[in-house]
Design a protein around this ligand. Structure first.
Ligand SMILES: C[S@@+](CC[C@H](N)C(=O)[O-])C[C@H]1O[C@@H](n2cnc3c(N)ncnc32)[C@H](O)[C@@H]1O
Length: 403
């Protein structure tokens, strides 16, 4: 045993424990980048110091976490805990409020506490923490059932699919683990659209999946860079595959005086949903049915914006989508691709898991700078500029123009 290292490790552990106790109400007061650095450093330390047995048990039981989280959401346990204004509820109170058997409730609470999803300040006292709050946010409420019902069956089919295909990279959208996992021949978007509850969760997930991260409008002066000398007739922002139009709404809200048309385009089922129950702030935005596998009908728009669309398709399909925009472009038109640009080294965990989820369900991928150059080149486009706007997932705006 190295005495100096032991003493340093114990002193660091004590400091961390004291630090945690010093902020029972959480760390919302910390600057976002400081908080992230601390979280990443301690996460790495936790992994680096984990024992073999702990690692194996953590990994083999990890499939329990998502379904048990859904139980906490569906029973309203997390919501009830998050709404508490006092010091915490007891097991009996929580069992009564959620209509869950009290013995089962005690076992669930024990699990959530041990994984840091709730706090237990006393033997029979439970209260919400930052993880509980995250699970009752829109992202938690939509993402948890959406992933469990839609993506997990495909994730589970990944090993067999890769075995069967000799560990080739997954590039065929018509032959990927999605189909094996769901025992279906329906493509993901078709499958989801036929299931109203999943469709609702999907749309809410699209709106919320980047909550807490900066939006591109926070780092780019859109009017200065992309909307000079506009007039009311010019489509200034065409939000292709924009789901509920949340990005278009952000743009209108950030620039109430923005001159020009803002148009959301998506598939008929999505546009119907937008028309029946538009998000708050949708006024001033047009909704248009458009299939991006056909030629872009809006000619001469200043900006054709695609967020998280291309990461859902393999290269050859992205080329098709981009080439359908090109004939509509005039001299001043630009394609704004809002996607991750993965670094060659040390890609963030939030990005790498989306990359493999995209691969599993859509034979698609997150792309590096070199991948984007190659893809755009195949579509007859080139990069004019790249603006990075998040550290957490390397989100960027890639400005693309014809070569
Ligand atoms: C991953 S979501 C991205 C949504 C939104 N842009 C965002 O960043 O939150 C992909 C979107 O593309 C739409 N979509 C899929 N196939 C499409 C098609 N052929 N034509 C137009 N939109 C399509 C989906 O309905 C969905 O809204």
């Amino acid at each position: 045993m190295d005495a100096r290292a032991t003493s340093e490790a114990l002193s660091l552990a004590e400091k961390v424990e004291e630090f945690l106790q010093g902020f029972p109400l959480g760390f919302d007061h910390l600057d976002v980048s400081v908080r992230r650095r601390l979280s990443e450093a301690t996460r790495k330390l936790s992994l680096a110091t984990e024992s073999t047995g702990d690692t194996v048990h953590r990994v083999v039981h990890s499939p329990l976490q998502l379904p048990l989280t859904l139980v906490g959401i569906e029973t309203r346990l997390f919501e009830i805990l998050a709404e508490q204004k006092h010091d915490g509820d007891t097991n009996a109170e929580l069992a009564r409020k959620t209509k869950v058997d009290s013995t089962l409730m005690k076992r669930l609470l024990r699990y959530y506490q041990s994984f840091g999803m709730i706090d237990q300040p006393g033997d029979d006292q439970y209260r919400a923490n930052n993880i509980t709050q995250a699970m009752v946010s829109l992202g938690g409420r939509a993402g948890v059932p959406f992933y469990l019902g839609t993506l997990v069956p495909a994730f589970n089919a990944l090993p067999q699919f890769l075995r069967d295909t000799g560990y080739a990279n997954i590039t065929d959208g018509a032959n990927c683990p999605w189909f094996l996992g769901h025992r279906t021949d329906e493509a993901p978007f078709d499958w989801v659209q036929k299931r109203p509850d999943m469709m609702q969760n999907f749309m809410s997930w699209m709106v919320s999946q980047r909550d807490g991260l900066p939006n591109f409008l926070e780092v780019i002066d859109f009017v200065k860079e992309f909307a000079q000398n506009s007039d009311d007739s010019i489509p200034i922002f065409v939000d292709i595959g924009g789901a509920m139009g949340h990005q278009s709404i952000s743009l209108r809200q950030k620039y109430p005086e923005l001159v020009g048309r803002v148009i959301l385009q998506d598939l008929p089922q999505v546009i119907d949903r937008v028309k029946v129950s538009p998000l708050l702030g949708f006024e001033g935005i047009e909704a248009q049915v458009y299939n991006f596998f056909t030629e872009q009908p809006l000619k001469g728009a200043r900006n054709y914006y695609l967020r998280n669309v291309l990461h859902g398709w393999p290269d050859h399909t992205c080329v098709e989508i981009l080439q359908n925009i090109k004939p509509a472009m005039k001299k001043e038109s630009k394609i704004l691709i809002d996607e991750m640009v993965l670094p060659e080294r040390g890609a963030p965990w939030r990005a790498t898991q989306v990359d493999l989820a995209m691969s599993t369900c859509f034979a698609a991928m997150e792309r590096s700078h070199a991948d984007w150059i190659a893809l755009l080149d195949k579509a007859g486009l080139k990069i004019e500029r790249v603006w990075k706007y998040t550290e957490q997932v390397d989100d960027c705006i890639i400005v693309a123009i014809p070569k």
